[in-house]
Design a protein. Structure first.
Length: 313
């Protein structure tokens, strides 16, 4: 693990208490000011939190339960060889610091080399066969060019992007809206295992035992965008969930790209796709100024541009 002992256990306890992410980061900052600090017992933590948050209504019993849970989480993390990256540490991904509300910690299962160039490839769950094929092909091209392909493990475009990277023996990171032991969606368990086996990673901000909830998908999308130098949207509706990732991409200054069927990306495309629900969101993005990818060679040049200019940093 990246952090050890009482420091990590205290941070996990904060998270168990339901302290919001911004306040978790504040507490981490305060803890880092104390060198070789050690809490003798849970009463120390209780009074520490009381001192930092005078309005805190957290009871001593809740502190005791959280401290106990923190110890159990550490045991599970060690057993399952999960890496814990704490905000403010040297190994915490610098790209995430562009977010207004970066996660206080990341749990990583597998191998996430955060010095790699990254591109998120995202889109609708109800993808067309054309969308899945293009997502897979472009993800393969990106991973073959040294990129880590970032996506959310959802069915549809996400799954196709992950598969495209895996099948070209490239690196892909799946960002989860749940803990690893409650992986969502369950139907992608085999794909998740392949991602780790092939040198990629599963990434989550949720402690073991956490099931997905509606808001967690939005928070997952912020990490997707935050970890990416650029975001490529394959297909999306005008009001689909992909727009959360698009919004966070704008927040961190990651350029947006879209696939353009009207030109040469796939000359065999039939005209009916141009007016489908899946393309309406893409057309909206084009009107907003997203850059259009019209061919494989065009995409190759964009990948070179992203590496050369490190466009989002």
């Amino acid at each position: 693990m990246e952090e050890q002992g009482d420091f990590l256990r205290t941070i996990l306890s904060f998270k168990c208490l339901g302290i919001d992410t911004a306040n978790q980061r504040d507490l981490i900052c305060i803890l880092r000011k104390y060198k070789n600090f050690h809490f003798e017992n849970t009463s120390d933590i209780f009074y520490f939190i009381r001192n930092q948050f005078a309005h805190s209504m957290i009871s001593k019993r809740e502190i005791d339960d959280a401290w106990s849970a923190g110890g159990k989480y550490i045991d599970k993390i060690i057993k399952e060889e999960i890496k814990v990256l704490v905000w403010g540490s040297s190994t915490y991904p610098k790209l995430l610091l562009r977010l207004k509300n970066p996660p206080s910690l990341l749990l990583v299962k597998g191998n996430a080399k955060f010095d790699l160039p990254t591109i998120a490839i995202v889109g609708t769950r109800t993808a067309s066969s054309w969308g899945r094929e293009v997502a897979s092909r472009l993800a393969g091209m990106a991973s073959s060019s040294g990129f880590a392909v970032v996506s959310g493990l959802a069915v549809g475009i996400d799954s196709a992007a992950h598969l495209g990277a895996v099948e070209t023996k490239g690196i892909t990171w799946a960002i989860l809206p749940s803990s690893f032991d409650n992986l969502y969606p369950q139907e992608n368990m085999t794909l998740a295992n392949k991602i780790v086996e092939r040198g990629g990673a599963l990434i989550s901000e949720y402690l073991p035992g956490t099931k997905s909830e509606a808001d967690y998908f939005i928070q997952r999308d912020r990490i997707q965008a935050g970890l990416s130098l650029a975001v490529l949207v394959i297909e999306t509706e005008k009001d689909g969930g992909t727009w959360h990732t698009i919004s966070f991409a704008k927040e961190v200054g990651a350029p947006l790209f879209v696939t353009l069927t009207e030109e040469t990306l796939d000359k065999k495309i039939n005209n009916s796709l141009q007016t489908s629900e899946h393309r309406l969101g893409v057309k909206k993005l084009i009107k907003e100024g997203a850059e259009k990818i019209s061919s494989d060679s065009n995409f190759s040049e964009i990948l070179k541009y992203i590496i050369k200019n490190n466009v989002a940093t």
